[in-house]
Design a protein around this ligand. Structure first.
Ligand code: CA
Length: 115
């Protein structure tokens, strides 16, 4: 599915507290943020940019990620897409299967979907 329309803040979809297996199976194009290393623990799934992860109760908690549907995301240490950042992309959900966010462990505060 392709959707190039601007997504308002009110329409951002978020599914929290789903199992890592469910998160891995999500197929609409999304980023999954896990509070455990190697895609373990609680997963939070987002389909659009989030300026402040604290709004979802997961500020500074991400230890690993996965990305679906050829998307590229930039993750930032501070809210409002500021501070140090790291870019991630994947051609399928398994590309980042063993990725750990390294020095950024438990520090991401905002996430940006690259158009
Ligand atoms: Ca932070």
């Amino acid at each position: 599915m392709t959707n190039n329309q601007f997504q308002s803040l009110d329409s951002i979809n978020c599914v929290e507290d789903i199992s890592p297996e469910d998160a891995a199976a999500y197929s609409g194009g999304a980023i999954n943020l896990y509070n455990g290393a190697n895609q373990t623990g609680t997963a939070s799934t987002f389909t659009g940019s989030i300026a402040n992860l604290a709004d979802f109760g997961i500020d500074n908690t991400t230890s690993s990620i996965s990305i679906t549907d050829n998307q590229t995301w930039i993750l930032y240490k501070n809210a409002n897409f500021s501070g140090a950042s790291q870019s991630f992309s994947a051609t399928n959900n398994s590309t980042l299967l063993n990725n750990i966010v390294g020095g950024f462990n438990n520090s991401f505060s905002s996430i940006q979907l690259v158009p």
